[in-house]
Ligand binder design. Structure first.
Ligand SMILES: *Cc1c(COP(=O)(O)O)cnc(C)c1O
Length: 439
């Protein structure tokens, strides 16, 4: 605990609540209209470049991951209306949702079963493309399905990819890298679930386990990788490529909404709720959505009370200069995908002008929501994902937000999207254990 820091920021109610271990909902005073246009670290042209790259890889992805064929090799998830869950939230939590509620099912994303199948896989593909092009083995106009040929696997075998992870990032990087032929080392923090390590090892991935937290695992991975000139480190704390891989979701979601005749404009706002760990996934998706919809989209991040690093980083303006332990918060949570104590050095600064707010949630509530979603919609998502509903459980703060943004009379026209960030890969036995948790 850092008493000096705590004292300095005690006057921000959300920081005081967070430090006291309470559920809270911070509304971002630094959000500005058109905030996304002031960002220079990433640009809409860079999202377009990422989108085009994923298109080039689609024929390869379809060839080596048959589950992606029906979608032409694009790694994308369905958008599902969840009216039963909306009624459940209104009845059990007084959520007062009068608009419609959808679930963006990244929990069902092919290959890795989590939102990491966007950014993580994108960064590995970009690295592979760069190496193959430098070696004169690939050009942009080629059909990338050639990458499935053994000569490419032999080529990539000379190189190593490394990453630090709480589980899901390691799964996406590990599975994709191993498929291309890379040697892979995943440095797993103590929070990582056993089944994720087992699954990776079954893909031939070298999984190193640490008793320390996520930041320590990343540190080890970086050190190990920097010492090897043939090794590439996927840096979740600083990576613009990961961020851009996630950002591609913006246009994809815009197309899904259009296909359903759902309008998004000033009179029909879109509210999106994104579970946040280190910040890359929610930050990238939020940026992509802002580029599509501007002020009509309102992006909220959600975190466990015991790992609310982005809230502390953004509310204090110190970003990666603070960690949850500075405020006497443990960093320990059942939500393994969100078990991060220090926010990204890159993301918080980039998105601080466009995030609407950050809500927190207790671990026990995650399990109640998981069961609620299963009962009302016959849909299973992992506990981390259930954090997506955090802001909807704090209706009085949400009412203030609507009032402050002159949206009170538009409440029933809001499309709410809870972003389900993981779930498909959870083994049956783990699922059953989750469903009994906290009862
Ligand atoms: C990684 C992850 C997130 C958040 O992504 P960050 O980039 O760490 O913020 C959310 N949910 C799940 C299930 C995840 O695995």
């Amino acid at each position: 605990m850092n008493q000096e820091l705590l004292q300095r920021f005690q006057s921000i109610p959300a920081v005081a609540d967070a430090a006291a271990g309470k559920v809270t909902f911070w509304i971002n005073p630094n959000r500005v209209s058109g905030g996304e246009k002031e960002i220079t670290a990433v640009t809409p042209a860079m999202i377009e470049d990422a989108r085009a790259r994923l298109d080039r890889f689609a024929s390869y992805i379809a060839r080596v991951f048959p589950e992606t064929r029906e979608n032409g090799g694009l790694i994308e998830s369905p958008l599902a209306a969840i009216p039963g869950m909306r009624d459940f939230l209104n009845a059990e939590y007084n959520s007062a949702i009068s608009g419609s509620l959808f679930l963006k099912k990244d929990s069902d994303l092919p290959i890795a079963g989590s939102i990491k199948a966007r950014g993580g896989i994108y960064e590995v593909l970009k690295h592979a493309e760069t190496l193959a092009m430098q070696a004169g083995m690939l050009s942009e106009s080629d059909d990338y399905a050639v990458l499935a040929e053994p000569r490419f696997q032999e080529f990539f075998r000379q190189y190593t990819v490394q990453v630090g992870s709480t589980g899901n990032l390691g799964m996406s990087i590990g599975i994709m890298s191993a498929k291309l032929g890379f040697r892979v080392i995943v440095h797993m923090s103590a929070d990582a679930k056993q089944w994720k390590k087992d699954l990776l090892r079954s893909h031939g991935v070298d999984v190193r386990e640490y008793t320390a937290d996520y930041c320590a695992a990343v540190e080890e991975g970086r050190k190990n990788s920097d010492a090897d000139p043939m090794s590439y480190f996927v840096d979740d704390e600083n990576s613009a490529d990961l961020f851009l891989g996630y950002s591609v979701a913006g246009k994809r979601l815009a197309n899904q909404l259009k296909a359903r005749n759902i309008t998004v404009d000033a009179d029909h706002p879109l509210f999106v709720y994104l579970p946040c760990g280190i910040g890359g996934a929610p930050g990238g998706v939020a940026y992509g959505l802002k580029v599509e919809f501007g002020d009509a989209v309102h992006c909220f991040f959600t975190e466990p009370t015991q790992a609310c690093c982005m809230l502390l980083g953004m509310a204090t303006g110190l970003h990666d200069g603070v960690c949850v332990q500075d405020f006497g918060i443990s960093g320990k949570t059942e939500a393994d995908g969100l078990a991060v104590g220090r926010p990204s050095a890159f993301v918080g600064r980039v998105v601080s002008s466009l995030v609407s707010g950050i809500a927190t949630i207790q671990d026990a509530t995650l399990y109640d929501l998981m069961r609620g979603l299963l009962r009302t919609e016959d849909t299973f998502i992992e506990p981390s994902s259930c954090a997506a509903f955090a802001a909807l459980l704090q209706p009085s703060v949400m009412a203030q937000y609507l009032k402050a943004n002159a949206l009170e009379d538009k409440a029933s026209s809001i499309t709410h999207i809870a972003w389900a960030t993981g779930g498909r890969m959870v083994p049956a036995a783990t699922r059953d254990a989750y469903l009994k948790m906290g009862l």
